[in-house]
Design a protein around this ligand. Structure first.
Ligand SMILES: NC(=O)C1=CN([C@@H]2O[C@H](COP(=O)(O)OP(=O)(O)OC[C@H]3O[C@@H](n4cnc5c(N)ncnc54)[C@H](OP(=O)(O)O)[C@@H]3O)[C@@H](O)[C@H]2O)C=CC1
Ligand SMILES: CC(C)CCC[C@@H](C)[C@H]1CC[C@H]2C3=CC[C@H]4[C@H](C)C(=O)CC[C@]4(C)[C@H]3CC[C@]12C
Length: 283
């Protein structure tokens, strides 16, 4: 059991709507402690790319920023899930937070520090997020909002739980070919674009393109001492034009007061969700 407990535990993080799976997947009672939890599940439903804006970006010198962050060129349409929550918020952030809170006793107060590693994105943007609409019911940038809320949540978790030996980090894997990106453009088009993207990579180092390259920051973080990491930094997987992988730390644009306020709202929502699913939880 000690060996199992010392291993990194990859968990699919279900949305609260699939609360049964939280208990099933964690099998929490079988472990004495957890060293690493990677929080990676994510969705981007109904993505729309504004190619006209991308073209204008080319004319105005903003194209590289657009190609790496998708700022100003991507929108999504979100919907409510079966629990009455915005689906992107619930999947990309809230489901993970519920999981973390359920695992808190295994993550905190251990001899060795425990680690949370959230897959965020360079698409996270403050202007897409609003405290008064933290689930992003009103806008069309639910993905960006959910990733910004993820960054804020990680910052608060560090403030609250570092003393108890829990450290949280956020990473961006860069642009990776995955099921998510294959829903943005068809696979054949991405394949045709590949030579162009290899060229773009000479200028945009976050064009990691493969899951292997995209995992560079995840693997790098696994090897770092958590005390040496900066809670206000996002760790980006990068690949050079010649294909060498490395990690670039970049300061996040986060306000700690907003982070605290968001966390209060998340805890309130968690309380409501747990009351609703009380009978399913392993007590
Ligand atoms: N691809 C990219 O360019 C980038 C991706 N990211 C982030 O990386 C992470 C992984 O995405 P990526 O690999 O690209 O995309 P994929 O679509 O390939 O993977 C998403 C994963 O999330 C799981 N998932 C989705 N919804 C739920 C749910 N409700 N409950 C449980 N699991 C769920 C999926 O499981 P299943 O298949 O069983 O549904 C799947 O394993 C995401 O957080 C994404 O935002 C960040 C930056 C860039
Ligand atoms: C010549 C090609 C590369 C043109 C492709 C245009 C768009 C389909 C893509 C340009 C930028 C891409 C993205 C940037 C950031 C990603 C972000 C980090 C993420 O988390 C999910 C995917 C991205 C939004 C991605 C999506 C496709 C682009 C908009």
């Amino acid at each position: 059991m000690a060996a199992a407990a010392a291993a990194a535990v990859p968990v699919a993080t279900p949305t609260p709507g699939r609360m049964e799976r939280v208990v099933l997947v964690t099998g929490a009672s079988g472990f004495q402690r957890l060293d690493f939890v990677y929080l990676n599940a994510g969705i981007m439903p109904n993505p729309q790319v504004n190619f006209r804006a991308l073209w204008q970006g080319l004319m105005t010198g903003k194209v590289l920023h657009m190609l790496t962050t998708a700022e100003g060129i991507m929108t999504q349409t979100d919907r409510l899930n079966g629990d009455g929550l915005q689906e992107v918020f619930a999947t990309n952030l809230f489901g993970h937070l519920i999981l973390v809170r359920q695992l808190e006793s295994l993550l905190c107060g251990n001899e060795k520090p425990s680690r949370l590693i959230w897959t965020s994105s360079s698409n996270a943007r403050e202007t897409a997020f609003s405290l008064s609409d933290y689930q992003h019911a009103k806008g069309q940038e639910s993905y960006s909002s959910s990733k910004y809320a993820t960054d804020l949540t990680s910052v608060v978790l560090n403030r609250k739980l570092n003393k108890q030996g829990l450290y949280s980090s956020v990473v961006c894997p860069g642009l990776v070919m995955s099921n998510m990106t294959y829903r943005i453009l068809p696979v054949f088009l991405w394949k045709l674009l590949m030579p162009i993207m290899w060229l773009i990579r000479f200028f945009a180092k976050t064009y990691t393109l493969t899951p292997y390259n995209g995992a560079e920051a995840h693997v790098w973080l696994f090897k770092q001492k958590p005390e040496s990491l900066d809670a206000l930094v996002k760790y980006h997987s990068c690949t050079s034009g010649l294909g060498k992988n490395y990690v670039e730390p970049r300061k996040m644009d986060v306000d700690e007061e907003t982070a605290e306020k968001l966390y209060e709202k998340l805890l309130e929502l968690e309380k409501q969700a747990l009351e609703k699913y009380d009978d399913l939880l392993d007590k």
